[in-house]
Design a protein around this ligand. Structure first.
Ligand SMILES: [Zn+2]
Length: 433
């Protein structure tokens, strides 16, 4: 496998025929790529043929929860490096969380993100802040940002604690059928030092700090008929609340991170700050509960919560280190390891939870999470479901070295990523052919 290289040019000079490839349904097929579209393979004249025997094509992955860290005076990631990491992980669209510096809380800030994202390796969808500067006390210019096309709003990194403010945000966003995504953490139950699921001091992050906000916000969603999205759900009790709310017909969706699917609180005993994340890694019972909920659809999507940090922000005593870990490049591998090889989810389920459902929730399903049929965008990822590798944080594409998977042997399936016919990642498959 050749080392990764950024590929910027469109390959519309050359038609591609991807032969002998499997679809998530299990059906074998061939895919034709001409310009930005998938086309009838037989209509191609002298295409270059890629033999994809043993490989599978998934629709390009969509991440509702990415921290790209730009703009920032000291960026731990850039939009260029973050979207390159996304492409390496099979993603063709990422939702850029608003907790940058400055915060994405105005129409102008949204336009700035779009400018920075132009020509990069994945579609970047700006998420708008719910409150001004994430201050939790006054609403941001939600209407102005919506004028710029923003439908997804979140103060992620912080919880909107004021229920009255949250209700007003839901009312405003429901006027254009948008989505409010909540970081569920009652800051009175889990404060700024909270980071572990079991403790007798201020580092205690109890499960109830999450479940109580989930319970409050699904009631507010029922009250306002607004779509609430629960970010990074981590406990069995929160899953129970979402299951109850869905049974009542409340417009709620939920996500789980790769790290909460794979990693447990046992890793916290050594004090390694790579494993510090918000909400914290939890018990084996919680891990089984979120896996089961992702399998049965109670949890709708996998969201990476890719959160790169500078080494200086992680090289600190555990309670002082910043929470968060990288994830874009290993998300699909972790889902294969925890959901597919365990028999909990089939490939159609993977395509749904990592592409189709996030594209629907993020309201970009006219162009992402599409079926792989002629006439559709050539937006897809070619994978070898059996390939594995030992994770090396130093050869990763992300600039973040806060990598919880470093040294682990995990599925490493992604061979090539196409976004609108453009080859945004090539692990050697396409150029070597
Ligand atoms: Zn969060």
């Amino acid at each position: 496998m050749k080392p990764w290289m950024p590929v910027r040019e469109r390959n519309d000079v050359e038609d591609l025929l991807i032969a002998n490839v499997r679809l998530p349904s299990g059906a074998g097929t061939k895919l034709g790529i001409h310009g930005v579209h998938l086309v009838e393979p037989d209509a191609l004249v002298h295409p270059r043929v890629i033999d994809a025997d043993g490989l599978m094509a998934l629709p390009g992955l969509v991440d509702l929860h990415t921290h790209l860290r730009e703009p920032s005076p000291h960026p731990a990631e850039t939009i260029a490096s973050g979207t390159s990491a996304a492409a390496r992980g099979g993603f063709t669209a990422v939702f850029a969380m608003a907790n940058t510096d400055p915060v994405t809380d105005t129409a102008e800030a949204v336009r700035h993100i779009r400018q920075l994202a132009s020509g990069q390796s994945a579609e970047v969808i700006p998420v708008g802040a719910i409150t001004r500067g994430l201050n939790g006390t006054e609403l941001s210019d939600i209407t102005g940002m919506h004028t710029e096309g923003v439908t997804h709003f979140s103060d992620d990194g912080r919880c909107v604690m004021d229920a009255g403010l949250m209700r007003r945000a839901l009312v405003q966003v429901s006027a254009f059928s948008g989505v409010v995504a909540q970081h569920c953490q009652d800051h009175n139950l889990a404060g700024t030092q909270a980071c572990v699921p079991e403790s007798a001091d201020e580092t205690f992050w109890p499960w109830s700090a999450e479940a109580t906000i989930v319970a409050r916000d699904v009631q507010l969603a029922l009250d306002t008929k607004a779509h609430i999205h629960i970010c990074h759900i981590s406990t069995a009790e929160s899953v129970d609340v979402v299951r109850w709310a869905k049974a009542r017909g409340i417009p709620v969706t939920a996500e789980v991170t790769p790290h909460h699917l794979l990693l447990g609180s046992d890793l916290l005993h050594g004090g390694d700050t790579r494993f510090k994340v918000n909400p914290p890694l939890r018990s084996n019972e919680d891990r089984q509960a979120v896996r089961q909920a992702l399998a049965d659809g109670t949890i709708d999507v996998v969201g990476t919560d890719h959160a790169p940090h500078l080494p200086s922000d992680k090289d600190k005593p555990f309670p002082d280190a910043k929470p968060g870990m990288v994830g874009l490049e290993w998300a699909l591998g972790v889902v294969i390891e925890t959901m597919v090889t365990t028999g909990l989810l089939d490939w159609a389920g993977v395509a749904d939870r990592m592409s189709e459902a996030p594209a629907r929730i993020g309201q970009i399903s006219t162009r992402q999470g599409r079926p792989l049929t002629p006439g559709e965008p050539a937006t897809l990822v070619l994978i070898d479901p059996t390939r594995r590798a030992v994770v090396d944080k130093n050869t990763a594409v992300t600039l973040g070295r806060n990598n919880p998977y470093d040294g682990m042997n995990l599925p490493d399936p992604v061979l090539a990523t196409f976004w609108d016919g453009r080859l945004t990642y090539d692990g050697g498959l396409i150029r070597a052919s």
